[in-house]
Design a binder for this molecule. Structure first.
Ligand code: SF4
Length: 484
Protein backbone atom coordinates (compact mmCIF):
# COMPACT_ATOMS: atom_id res chain seq x y z
CA UNK A 1 0.00 0.00 0.00
CA UNK A 2 1.25 3.46 -0.90
CA UNK A 3 1.00 6.11 1.81
CA UNK A 4 -2.28 7.36 0.36
CA UNK A 5 -3.88 3.89 0.29
CA UNK A 6 -4.09 3.23 3.99
CA UNK A 7 -7.66 2.07 4.61
CA UNK A 8 -8.99 -1.48 4.79
CA UNK A 9 -10.71 -1.07 1.40
CA UNK A 10 -7.29 -1.27 -0.24
CA UNK A 11 -6.91 -4.87 0.96
CA UNK A 12 -8.66 -7.95 -0.41
CA UNK A 13 -8.42 -9.67 2.92
CA UNK A 14 -8.03 -7.84 6.22
CA UNK A 15 -5.42 -10.38 7.28
CA UNK A 16 -3.26 -10.41 4.14
CA UNK A 17 0.42 -9.46 4.44
CA UNK A 18 1.10 -5.79 3.71
CA UNK A 19 4.19 -3.91 2.58
CA UNK A 20 4.48 -0.25 3.60
CA UNK A 21 7.38 1.99 2.60
CA UNK A 22 8.44 5.35 4.00
CA UNK A 23 10.67 7.23 1.57
CA UNK A 24 12.69 10.21 2.73
CA UNK A 25 13.53 11.25 -0.83
CA UNK A 26 9.90 12.33 -1.30
CA UNK A 27 10.58 15.20 1.11
CA UNK A 28 13.83 16.19 -0.60
CA UNK A 29 12.13 16.52 -3.98
CA UNK A 30 9.70 19.27 -2.94
CA UNK A 31 9.33 21.71 -0.05
CA UNK A 32 6.22 20.42 1.73
CA UNK A 33 4.25 22.19 4.41
CA UNK A 34 5.58 20.98 7.72
CA UNK A 35 2.11 19.91 8.94
CA UNK A 36 1.43 18.02 5.73
CA UNK A 37 4.70 16.10 6.04
CA UNK A 38 3.77 15.37 9.64
CA UNK A 39 0.32 14.07 8.69
CA UNK A 40 1.60 11.78 5.93
CA UNK A 41 4.33 10.28 8.13
CA UNK A 42 2.04 9.99 11.12
CA UNK A 43 -0.68 8.23 9.11
CA UNK A 44 1.81 5.80 7.57
CA UNK A 45 3.49 4.98 10.88
CA UNK A 46 0.16 4.62 12.68
CA UNK A 47 -1.04 2.18 10.03
CA UNK A 48 2.20 0.18 10.29
CA UNK A 49 1.81 0.04 14.07
CA UNK A 50 -1.83 -0.99 13.77
CA UNK A 51 -1.02 -3.82 11.35
CA UNK A 52 1.82 -5.02 13.58
CA UNK A 53 3.34 -8.26 12.36
CA UNK A 54 0.98 -8.36 9.42
CA UNK A 55 3.01 -5.53 7.85
CA UNK A 56 6.56 -5.21 6.65
CA UNK A 57 7.38 -1.55 7.18
CA UNK A 58 10.54 -0.35 5.45
CA UNK A 59 12.10 3.06 5.90
CA UNK A 60 14.54 3.96 3.13
CA UNK A 61 15.83 6.86 1.08
CA UNK A 62 13.82 5.76 -1.97
CA UNK A 63 11.11 3.24 -2.85
CA UNK A 64 13.59 1.54 -5.20
CA UNK A 65 16.08 0.99 -2.37
CA UNK A 66 13.36 -0.37 -0.11
CA UNK A 67 12.14 -2.80 -2.77
CA UNK A 68 15.64 -4.27 -3.14
CA UNK A 69 15.01 -5.87 0.24
CA UNK A 70 11.77 -7.53 -0.89
CA UNK A 71 11.81 -10.88 -2.68
CA UNK A 72 8.08 -11.77 -2.66
CA UNK A 73 5.82 -10.91 -5.62
CA UNK A 74 3.72 -7.83 -4.92
CA UNK A 75 0.29 -6.51 -5.78
CA UNK A 76 -0.55 -2.83 -5.57
CA UNK A 77 -3.68 -0.81 -6.29
CA UNK A 78 -3.36 1.70 -9.14
CA UNK A 79 -1.26 4.56 -7.68
CA UNK A 80 -2.40 8.16 -7.65
CA UNK A 81 0.28 9.89 -9.75
CA UNK A 82 1.71 9.28 -13.20
CA UNK A 83 5.19 9.14 -11.74
CA UNK A 84 4.22 6.37 -9.29
CA UNK A 85 2.32 4.50 -11.99
CA UNK A 86 5.40 4.49 -14.24
CA UNK A 87 7.52 3.31 -11.33
CA UNK A 88 5.16 0.41 -10.61
CA UNK A 89 4.84 -0.57 -14.27
CA UNK A 90 8.60 -0.69 -14.68
CA UNK A 91 9.13 -3.20 -11.88
CA UNK A 92 9.22 -6.94 -12.36
CA UNK A 93 7.13 -8.96 -9.99
CA UNK A 94 4.57 -6.22 -9.27
CA UNK A 95 0.96 -6.77 -10.32
CA UNK A 96 -1.11 -3.64 -10.83
CA UNK A 97 -4.66 -3.86 -9.50
CA UNK A 98 -7.52 -1.48 -10.42
CA UNK A 99 -7.74 1.79 -8.50
CA UNK A 100 -9.59 1.86 -5.20
CA UNK A 101 -10.57 4.75 -2.97
CA UNK A 102 -12.89 6.39 -5.50
CA UNK A 103 -16.59 5.74 -6.01
CA UNK A 104 -16.58 5.23 -9.79
CA UNK A 105 -14.01 3.02 -11.51
CA UNK A 106 -11.64 4.37 -14.15
CA UNK A 107 -13.23 2.01 -16.70
CA UNK A 108 -16.78 3.21 -15.96
CA UNK A 109 -15.69 6.83 -16.22
CA UNK A 110 -13.93 6.17 -19.54
CA UNK A 111 -17.07 4.47 -20.92
CA UNK A 112 -19.19 7.41 -19.84
CA UNK A 113 -16.73 9.98 -21.23
CA UNK A 114 -16.15 8.14 -24.53
CA UNK A 115 -19.88 8.07 -25.12
CA UNK A 116 -20.23 11.80 -24.67
CA UNK A 117 -17.58 12.94 -27.13
CA UNK A 118 -18.23 16.56 -26.18
CA UNK A 119 -17.58 18.67 -23.10
CA UNK A 120 -17.12 16.56 -19.98
CA UNK A 121 -18.94 18.66 -17.43
CA UNK A 122 -18.94 17.72 -13.78
CA UNK A 123 -22.71 18.19 -13.56
CA UNK A 124 -23.29 15.50 -16.21
CA UNK A 125 -20.83 13.10 -14.60
CA UNK A 126 -22.39 13.70 -11.18
CA UNK A 127 -25.83 12.83 -12.52
CA UNK A 128 -24.39 9.66 -14.07
CA UNK A 129 -22.66 8.74 -10.78
CA UNK A 130 -25.85 9.30 -8.73
CA UNK A 131 -27.77 6.97 -11.04
CA UNK A 132 -24.93 4.46 -11.38
CA UNK A 133 -24.52 4.11 -7.61
CA UNK A 134 -28.19 4.66 -6.78
CA UNK A 135 -27.54 7.60 -4.46
CA UNK A 136 -30.35 10.03 -3.58
CA UNK A 137 -32.49 8.80 -6.44
CA UNK A 138 -35.96 7.42 -6.80
CA UNK A 139 -36.00 5.35 -9.92
CA UNK A 140 -33.95 7.40 -12.35
CA UNK A 141 -34.98 10.73 -10.86
CA UNK A 142 -33.24 12.76 -8.16
CA UNK A 143 -34.79 12.84 -4.71
CA UNK A 144 -36.40 16.27 -4.31
CA UNK A 145 -36.74 16.77 -8.08
CA UNK A 146 -33.41 18.49 -8.80
CA UNK A 147 -29.92 17.05 -9.20
CA UNK A 148 -28.19 20.03 -7.62
CA UNK A 149 -29.44 22.24 -4.82
CA UNK A 150 -26.37 24.47 -5.02
CA UNK A 151 -28.43 27.67 -5.32
CA UNK A 152 -29.76 27.02 -1.80
CA UNK A 153 -26.23 26.68 -0.47
CA UNK A 154 -24.83 30.17 -0.90
CA UNK A 155 -25.64 31.97 2.33
CA UNK A 156 -23.30 34.75 3.43
CA UNK A 157 -21.65 34.13 6.81
CA UNK A 158 -23.69 34.61 9.99
CA UNK A 159 -23.44 38.12 11.41
CA UNK A 160 -22.26 36.91 14.82
CA UNK A 161 -19.01 35.60 13.26
CA UNK A 162 -19.62 31.93 14.04
CA UNK A 163 -21.55 29.03 12.59
CA UNK A 164 -23.41 27.52 15.51
CA UNK A 165 -22.16 23.90 15.40
CA UNK A 166 -20.05 21.88 17.82
CA UNK A 167 -16.34 21.81 16.98
CA UNK A 168 -15.12 18.65 15.24
CA UNK A 169 -13.22 16.13 17.36
CA UNK A 170 -9.52 16.95 17.19
CA UNK A 171 -6.93 14.16 17.18
CA UNK A 172 -4.89 13.55 20.30
CA UNK A 173 -1.20 13.37 19.49
CA UNK A 174 0.64 10.31 20.78
CA UNK A 175 4.14 8.82 20.88
CA UNK A 176 4.14 8.25 17.13
CA UNK A 177 3.44 11.95 16.56
CA UNK A 178 6.23 12.86 18.97
CA UNK A 179 8.62 10.62 17.03
CA UNK A 180 7.50 12.15 13.71
CA UNK A 181 8.05 15.65 15.09
CA UNK A 182 11.54 14.78 16.33
CA UNK A 183 12.43 13.21 12.95
CA UNK A 184 11.19 16.24 11.03
CA UNK A 185 13.19 18.55 13.32
CA UNK A 186 16.28 16.46 12.60
CA UNK A 187 15.63 16.36 8.85
CA UNK A 188 15.30 20.15 8.86
CA UNK A 189 18.68 20.42 10.59
CA UNK A 190 20.07 18.11 7.90
CA UNK A 191 18.87 20.54 5.21
CA UNK A 192 15.45 19.26 4.11
CA UNK A 193 13.28 22.33 3.68
CA UNK A 194 9.71 22.60 4.87
CA UNK A 195 7.36 25.58 4.68
CA UNK A 196 4.63 26.79 7.01
CA UNK A 197 4.46 26.56 10.76
CA UNK A 198 4.47 23.42 12.78
CA UNK A 199 1.42 22.97 14.98
CA UNK A 200 -0.70 20.38 16.69
CA UNK A 201 -1.93 17.71 14.30
CA UNK A 202 -5.48 18.73 13.38
CA UNK A 203 -6.33 16.09 10.79
CA UNK A 204 -6.97 12.37 11.30
CA UNK A 205 -4.01 10.02 10.91
CA UNK A 206 -5.86 6.79 11.70
CA UNK A 207 -8.95 5.06 10.39
CA UNK A 208 -10.49 5.39 13.83
CA UNK A 209 -9.88 9.15 14.03
CA UNK A 210 -11.23 9.63 10.51
CA UNK A 211 -14.37 7.61 11.23
CA UNK A 212 -14.96 9.50 14.47
CA UNK A 213 -14.76 12.82 12.62
CA UNK A 214 -17.07 11.56 9.87
CA UNK A 215 -19.68 10.31 12.37
CA UNK A 216 -19.53 13.59 14.27
CA UNK A 217 -19.87 15.59 11.05
CA UNK A 218 -22.90 13.63 9.85
CA UNK A 219 -24.63 13.99 13.18
CA UNK A 220 -23.73 17.52 14.26
CA UNK A 221 -22.33 19.62 11.41
CA UNK A 222 -23.79 18.41 8.12
CA UNK A 223 -27.03 20.39 8.46
CA UNK A 224 -25.13 23.70 8.56
CA UNK A 225 -22.58 22.64 5.93
CA UNK A 226 -24.87 23.35 2.98
CA UNK A 227 -26.01 26.92 3.69
CA UNK A 228 -22.56 28.11 4.83
CA UNK A 229 -20.44 25.99 2.46
CA UNK A 230 -19.29 29.07 0.50
CA UNK A 231 -19.01 31.56 3.37
CA UNK A 232 -15.70 32.86 4.74
CA UNK A 233 -15.09 34.16 8.26
CA UNK A 234 -11.95 35.70 9.67
CA UNK A 235 -13.03 34.46 13.11
CA UNK A 236 -13.81 30.85 12.18
CA UNK A 237 -11.81 29.00 9.52
CA UNK A 238 -13.69 25.70 9.88
CA UNK A 239 -17.33 26.87 9.74
CA UNK A 240 -19.33 23.66 9.21
CA UNK A 241 -16.91 21.96 6.83
CA UNK A 242 -16.25 18.26 7.32
CA UNK A 243 -12.43 18.63 7.37
CA UNK A 244 -12.26 15.14 5.91
CA UNK A 245 -10.61 15.81 2.53
CA UNK A 246 -7.19 14.70 3.80
CA UNK A 247 -8.75 11.53 5.24
CA UNK A 248 -10.29 10.60 1.90
CA UNK A 249 -7.06 11.39 0.09
CA UNK A 250 -4.92 9.34 2.49
CA UNK A 251 -7.30 6.46 1.82
CA UNK A 252 -8.44 6.31 5.45
CA UNK A 253 -12.11 6.67 4.48
CA UNK A 254 -14.04 4.92 1.74
CA UNK A 255 -15.87 7.70 -0.16
CA UNK A 256 -18.87 5.59 -1.08
CA UNK A 257 -19.41 4.62 2.57
CA UNK A 258 -19.34 8.30 3.55
CA UNK A 259 -21.84 9.11 0.80
CA UNK A 260 -24.15 6.31 1.99
CA UNK A 261 -23.80 7.66 5.54
CA UNK A 262 -24.89 11.12 4.39
CA UNK A 263 -27.84 9.65 2.48
CA UNK A 264 -28.88 7.75 5.58
CA UNK A 265 -28.71 10.96 7.61
CA UNK A 266 -31.20 12.43 5.16
CA UNK A 267 -33.48 9.41 4.95
CA UNK A 268 -33.63 8.45 8.62
CA UNK A 269 -32.44 11.39 10.69
CA UNK A 270 -33.99 14.34 8.92
CA UNK A 271 -30.76 15.99 7.73
CA UNK A 272 -31.72 18.74 5.23
CA UNK A 273 -31.56 17.60 1.63
CA UNK A 274 -29.66 20.68 0.39
CA UNK A 275 -26.81 20.00 2.83
CA UNK A 276 -26.75 16.26 2.16
CA UNK A 277 -26.83 16.78 -1.58
CA UNK A 278 -24.04 19.37 -1.31
CA UNK A 279 -21.82 16.93 0.58
CA UNK A 280 -22.63 14.07 -1.80
CA UNK A 281 -21.83 16.32 -4.78
CA UNK A 282 -18.41 17.13 -3.28
CA UNK A 283 -17.48 13.46 -2.84
CA UNK A 284 -19.34 11.44 -5.46
CA UNK A 285 -19.28 14.29 -7.98
CA UNK A 286 -16.37 16.67 -7.76
CA UNK A 287 -13.74 14.54 -6.02
CA UNK A 288 -14.25 11.59 -8.34
CA UNK A 289 -14.49 13.86 -11.37
CA UNK A 290 -11.13 15.52 -10.78
CA UNK A 291 -9.54 12.10 -10.16
CA UNK A 292 -10.89 10.78 -13.45
CA UNK A 293 -10.03 13.82 -15.56
CA UNK A 294 -6.42 13.59 -14.28
CA UNK A 295 -6.16 10.17 -15.93
CA UNK A 296 -8.56 10.64 -18.84
CA UNK A 297 -7.01 13.79 -20.29
CA UNK A 298 -3.54 13.70 -21.76
CA UNK A 299 -0.56 14.19 -19.36
CA UNK A 300 0.31 17.55 -20.94
CA UNK A 301 -3.00 18.97 -19.61
CA UNK A 302 -1.15 19.75 -16.41
CA UNK A 303 1.09 22.21 -18.28
CA UNK A 304 -1.70 24.03 -20.13
CA UNK A 305 -1.20 27.78 -20.15
CA UNK A 306 -3.59 29.14 -22.76
CA UNK A 307 -3.83 32.54 -21.07
CA UNK A 308 -0.05 32.92 -21.32
CA UNK A 309 0.44 33.46 -17.56
CA UNK A 310 4.19 33.86 -17.14
CA UNK A 311 4.77 35.32 -13.69
CA UNK A 312 6.74 33.12 -11.28
CA UNK A 313 5.28 32.84 -7.81
CA UNK A 314 6.69 35.69 -5.70
CA UNK A 315 8.72 34.83 -2.60
CA UNK A 316 6.09 36.18 -0.16
CA UNK A 317 3.52 33.84 -1.72
CA UNK A 318 5.84 30.84 -1.78
CA UNK A 319 6.90 31.41 1.83
CA UNK A 320 3.30 32.01 3.03
CA UNK A 321 4.37 35.39 4.36
CA UNK A 322 0.92 36.59 5.41
CA UNK A 323 2.41 39.44 7.45
CA UNK A 324 3.73 41.07 4.28
CA UNK A 325 0.18 41.41 2.93
CA UNK A 326 -2.23 44.26 3.82
CA UNK A 327 -5.28 42.99 1.92
CA UNK A 328 -7.25 41.52 4.79
CA UNK A 329 -8.78 38.59 2.88
CA UNK A 330 -5.54 37.44 1.28
CA UNK A 331 -3.50 37.96 4.43
CA UNK A 332 -5.94 35.93 6.54
CA UNK A 333 -6.20 33.11 4.01
CA UNK A 334 -2.43 32.94 3.54
CA UNK A 335 -2.05 32.86 7.34
CA UNK A 336 -4.53 29.96 7.39
CA UNK A 337 -2.35 28.03 4.94
CA UNK A 338 0.77 28.91 6.92
CA UNK A 339 -0.72 27.90 10.29
CA UNK A 340 -2.98 24.96 9.38
CA UNK A 341 -2.07 23.77 5.85
CA UNK A 342 -5.78 24.02 5.12
CA UNK A 343 -8.44 26.54 4.18
CA UNK A 344 -11.76 25.51 2.67
CA UNK A 345 -12.56 25.48 -1.04
CA UNK A 346 -13.84 29.07 -1.38
CA UNK A 347 -10.73 30.82 0.04
CA UNK A 348 -8.71 28.53 -2.25
CA UNK A 349 -10.78 29.35 -5.32
CA UNK A 350 -11.99 32.90 -4.79
CA UNK A 351 -9.10 34.42 -2.83
CA UNK A 352 -5.90 32.50 -3.64
CA UNK A 353 -6.82 31.20 -7.10
CA UNK A 354 -8.59 34.42 -8.05
CA UNK A 355 -5.58 36.53 -7.06
CA UNK A 356 -3.14 34.23 -8.89
CA UNK A 357 -5.28 34.31 -12.04
CA UNK A 358 -5.51 38.10 -12.00
CA UNK A 359 -1.75 38.47 -11.51
CA UNK A 360 -0.83 35.90 -14.15
CA UNK A 361 0.98 33.39 -11.94
CA UNK A 362 2.20 30.35 -13.85
CA UNK A 363 -0.43 27.58 -13.53
CA UNK A 364 2.11 24.73 -13.38
CA UNK A 365 3.88 26.41 -10.42
CA UNK A 366 0.52 26.86 -8.74
CA UNK A 367 -0.32 23.16 -9.12
CA UNK A 368 2.88 22.39 -7.24
CA UNK A 369 2.17 25.11 -4.67
CA UNK A 370 -1.31 23.83 -3.82
CA UNK A 371 -0.06 20.25 -3.87
CA UNK A 372 2.68 20.87 -1.33
CA UNK A 373 1.03 23.48 0.94
CA UNK A 374 -2.27 21.73 1.71
CA UNK A 375 -2.83 18.65 3.85
CA UNK A 376 -5.13 17.21 1.18
CA UNK A 377 -3.05 18.27 -1.87
CA UNK A 378 -1.86 15.75 -4.45
CA UNK A 379 -1.01 16.16 -8.09
CA UNK A 380 -4.25 14.46 -9.21
CA UNK A 381 -6.22 16.79 -6.93
CA UNK A 382 -4.60 20.00 -8.05
CA UNK A 383 -4.32 19.47 -11.80
CA UNK A 384 -8.05 19.75 -12.44
CA UNK A 385 -8.68 22.16 -9.58
CA UNK A 386 -5.91 24.59 -10.52
CA UNK A 387 -5.33 24.22 -14.26
CA UNK A 388 -8.88 23.37 -15.26
CA UNK A 389 -11.01 25.22 -12.76
CA UNK A 390 -9.26 28.01 -10.94
CA UNK A 391 -6.77 29.25 -13.55
CA UNK A 392 -8.79 28.58 -16.71
CA UNK A 393 -5.48 27.61 -18.28
CA UNK A 394 -7.13 25.22 -20.77
CA UNK A 395 -9.80 27.75 -21.85
CA UNK A 396 -12.63 25.81 -20.32
CA UNK A 397 -12.34 22.06 -20.76
CA UNK A 398 -14.11 21.53 -17.45
CA UNK A 399 -15.61 24.94 -16.65
CA UNK A 400 -17.73 27.37 -18.61
CA UNK A 401 -15.98 30.56 -17.53
CA UNK A 402 -12.96 31.76 -15.54
CA UNK A 403 -13.40 31.88 -11.75
CA UNK A 404 -12.42 35.51 -11.49
CA UNK A 405 -14.21 38.10 -9.41
CA UNK A 406 -13.76 41.50 -7.85
CA UNK A 407 -13.96 42.50 -4.21
CA UNK A 408 -17.80 42.57 -4.32
CA UNK A 409 -17.97 38.76 -4.19
CA UNK A 410 -15.52 38.58 -1.28
CA UNK A 411 -17.40 41.37 0.49
CA UNK A 412 -20.71 39.52 0.12
CA UNK A 413 -19.39 36.14 1.21
CA UNK A 414 -17.08 37.13 4.07
CA UNK A 415 -16.44 39.53 6.92
CA UNK A 416 -13.06 40.57 5.51
CA UNK A 417 -13.71 43.92 3.86
CA UNK A 418 -14.84 45.79 6.98
CA UNK A 419 -11.38 45.47 8.50
CA UNK A 420 -9.37 46.16 5.36
CA UNK A 421 -7.36 49.21 4.29
CA UNK A 422 -8.80 48.79 0.76
CA UNK A 423 -12.32 49.53 -0.43
CA UNK A 424 -13.99 46.71 -2.37
CA UNK A 425 -15.94 49.24 -4.46
CA UNK A 426 -12.87 51.14 -5.65
CA UNK A 427 -10.80 50.19 -8.67
CA UNK A 428 -8.55 53.24 -8.87
CA UNK A 429 -6.43 55.02 -6.29
CA UNK A 430 -4.48 54.26 -3.14
CA UNK A 431 -7.35 52.37 -1.54
CA UNK A 432 -8.44 50.54 -4.70
CA UNK A 433 -9.19 46.93 -3.80
CA UNK A 434 -6.57 44.74 -5.48
CA UNK A 435 -9.26 42.19 -6.34
CA UNK A 436 -11.62 44.72 -7.91
CA UNK A 437 -8.89 46.49 -9.85
CA UNK A 438 -7.23 43.18 -10.69
CA UNK A 439 -10.51 41.83 -12.01
CA UNK A 440 -10.93 44.57 -14.60
CA UNK A 441 -7.25 44.54 -15.52
CA UNK A 442 -7.40 40.76 -16.01
CA UNK A 443 -10.42 41.00 -18.30
CA UNK A 444 -8.80 43.79 -20.29
CA UNK A 445 -5.53 41.90 -20.60
CA UNK A 446 -7.26 38.71 -21.73
CA UNK A 447 -10.08 40.12 -23.88
CA UNK A 448 -8.68 38.36 -26.97
CA UNK A 449 -8.00 35.08 -25.22
CA UNK A 450 -11.24 34.46 -23.39
CA UNK A 451 -13.50 32.91 -25.98
CA UNK A 452 -16.82 34.67 -26.31
CA UNK A 453 -19.50 32.83 -24.39
CA UNK A 454 -22.85 33.78 -23.04
CA UNK A 455 -21.69 33.80 -19.42
CA UNK A 456 -18.91 36.34 -20.09
CA UNK A 457 -20.39 38.50 -22.87
CA UNK A 458 -22.18 41.01 -20.64
CA UNK A 459 -19.17 41.39 -18.33
CA UNK A 460 -16.82 41.97 -21.26
CA UNK A 461 -19.12 44.69 -22.63
CA UNK A 462 -19.26 46.32 -19.20
CA UNK A 463 -15.45 46.27 -19.04
CA UNK A 464 -15.10 47.94 -22.46
CA UNK A 465 -17.37 50.76 -21.27
CA UNK A 466 -15.35 51.62 -18.14
CA UNK A 467 -14.14 55.21 -18.51
CA UNK A 468 -10.98 54.65 -16.47
CA UNK A 469 -10.02 51.20 -17.78
CA UNK A 470 -6.60 52.26 -19.12
CA UNK A 471 -5.72 53.90 -15.82
CA UNK A 472 -6.76 50.77 -13.89
CA UNK A 473 -4.66 48.57 -16.19
CA UNK A 474 -1.64 50.88 -15.69
CA UNK A 475 -2.13 50.93 -11.94
CA UNK A 476 -2.23 47.12 -11.75
CA UNK A 477 0.87 46.86 -13.94
CA UNK A 478 2.68 49.08 -11.46
CA UNK A 479 1.40 46.99 -8.53
CA UNK A 480 2.74 43.90 -10.27
CA UNK A 481 3.21 41.01 -7.90
CA UNK A 482 4.16 43.08 -4.87
CA UNK A 483 2.23 41.92 -1.81
CA UNK A 484 -1.05 43.85 -1.93
FE1 SF4 B 1 -10.02 41.72 0.13
FE2 SF4 B 1 -10.54 43.92 -1.30
FE3 SF4 B 1 -12.16 43.19 0.68
FE4 SF4 B 1 -9.74 44.12 1.22
S1 SF4 B 1 -11.40 45.26 0.28
S2 SF4 B 1 -10.71 42.35 2.16
S3 SF4 B 1 -8.56 43.31 -0.48
S4 SF4 B 1 -11.77 42.07 -1.18
Amino acid sequence: MFADQLGPHFLDDRKQPVLLIESKAVFRRRAYHRQKAHLILSALRHRAAELGEQAIFLRAETYGQALQKVREPLEVCHPTSRRALKFVRNRDGVTLLPARGYATSLADFADWADDRRGALRMEAFYRFARQHHGVLVEGDEPVGGRWSLDVENREPPPKNGKVDVPAPPMPKEDDIDAEVRADLDRWEREGIRFVGRDGPRRFPATIEEANARLRHFLRHRLAAFGPYGDAMLSTDPWLAHSMLSSSFNLGLLDPLEAVRGAEQAYRTEGAPLASVEGFVRQILGWRDYIWHTYWYFEPTWRNSNELGARRSLPAWWNDLDADAVDAHCLSDVLAGVRDRAWVHHIPRLMVLGNYALQRGFRPSELVEWFHTRFVDGYEWVMTANVVGMSQYADLGRITTKPYVSGGAYINRMSDYCGGCRYDPKKRLGEDACPFTAGYWAFLAGNRDRIPGNARMARTMKQMERLPDLDAVVDQEKRRGSDPP
